[in-house]
Design a protein around this ligand. Structure first.
Ligand SMILES: Cc1cc2nc3c(=O)[nH]c(=O)nc-3n(C[C@H](O)[C@H](O)[C@H](O)COP(=O)(O)OP(=O)(O)OC[C@H]3O[C@@H](n4cnc5c(N)ncnc54)[C@H](O)[C@@H]3O)c2cc1C
Ligand code: FES
Length: 261
């Protein structure tokens, strides 16, 4: 592949988490210096010619996966097994090879001196973990996270599950208005399923909160070529399609034309 952002790296460590989640760690100091919170890599398990069975088991498409952590080049990807691509990644072990393209996308704008609410749902958690590490020394942060079951939740300030098995029962946006008021929030960052982002955007617009959201569009090429991930961005009078993989995935929620998505 002649893409300058393409590389292969050995997996240093694989961590098993709850349920279907796991973390793959690679080590690359130069890459660590370039990535920022909200950016992602297109990744794929390298098929092994030494083991021809795996060649057919690994899907062709690369999968967009956010940077979960970056400790000076120790880069982590926290992944949920949902389909063939992520299942192939879940079979990788330390010493196996990962194919990567990236870092891709724009990332979250970083602020200072703000009262911040982080809002994540399900697999929206990983990019916000890296984000809170970058924001925590210069801002006050309150983090709400929601998932379908106890298998979809991770450490934060306020946990919601739809089945009530851990934390509060319901959806994470159920208490959003109250928390914005209680913690005097002026800036919000969110990542999660479209329904959550849409709901949160209505609330942030009503309450006039600056809100950056990371969209989870389905991606084919992931590098700006196919336009399959385009979403309408702008105002009613003046909007255009923007590619989630290139101009995004982070947008000011006030500029996302939610009614057209
Ligand atoms: C910018 C970005 C960052 C992401 N970061 C992470 C991450 O850090 N960790 C992680 O586990 N996942 C992340 N995802 C989601 C991940 O890319 C998908 O789960 C993965 O591509 C699914 O591939 P698959 O082959 O395993 O399953 P597929 O067969 O491709 O999909 C399985 C199911 O998930 C749905 N689906 C797949 N991709 C998406 C999507 N992007 N949005 C909504 N529904 C989808 C499909 O419609 C299908 O129902 C991210 C997605 C984007 C766009
Ligand atoms: S996925 Fe092809 S342009 Fe974004």
């Amino acid at each position: 592949m002649d893409n300058p952002l393409y590389r292969q790296r050995a997996i240093q460590l694989r961590e098993e988490l709850v349920s279907d989640y796991f973390i793959l760690w690679i080590w690359d100091e130069a890459l660590g210096a370039t990535g920022k919170p909200g950016q992602f890599y297109e990744i794929r398990a390298l098929s092994s010619m030494a083991n021809p069975q795996t060649v057919h088991a690994i899907p062709k498409l690369f999968k967009p996966i956010s940077i979960y952590d970056n400790q000076g080049g120790r880069i982590g990807f926290m992944i949920k097994k949902v389909g063939p691509g992520t299942k192939a990644l879940s079979r990788l072990r330390a010493g196996d090879t990962l194919e990567l393209i990236g870092p891709c996308g724009n990332g979250f704008p970083l602020v200072t001196g703000k009262r911040i609410l982080l809002l994540s749902g399900g697999i929206g958690y990983p990019p916000l973990w890296y984000l809170q590490k970058e924001l925590i020394n210069h801002n006050q942060i309150y983090w709400m996270h929601g998932g379908a079951t106890g298998g979809d939740v991770f450490p934060c300030d306020e946990i919601w599950t739809e089945d009530g098995s851990i934390g509060r029962k319901g959806r994470v946006c159920d208490n959003l208005r109250q928390n914005i008021l209680e913690y005097n929030i002026d800036t919000m960052y969110s990542c999660g399923p479209q329904g959550l982002l849409k709901n949160a955007s209505q609330i942030s617009a009503e309450m006039q909160i600056l809100h950056y959201c990371s969209l989870e569009a389905y991606m084919a090429c992931g590098i700006g070529v196919c336009h399959g991930c385009a979403v309408p961005i702008g105002s009613k009078e003046d909007w255009n399609y923007r590619r989630v993989c290139k101009e995004g995935p982070v947008f000011n929620s006030a500029e996302v034309m939610w009614e057209l998505i």
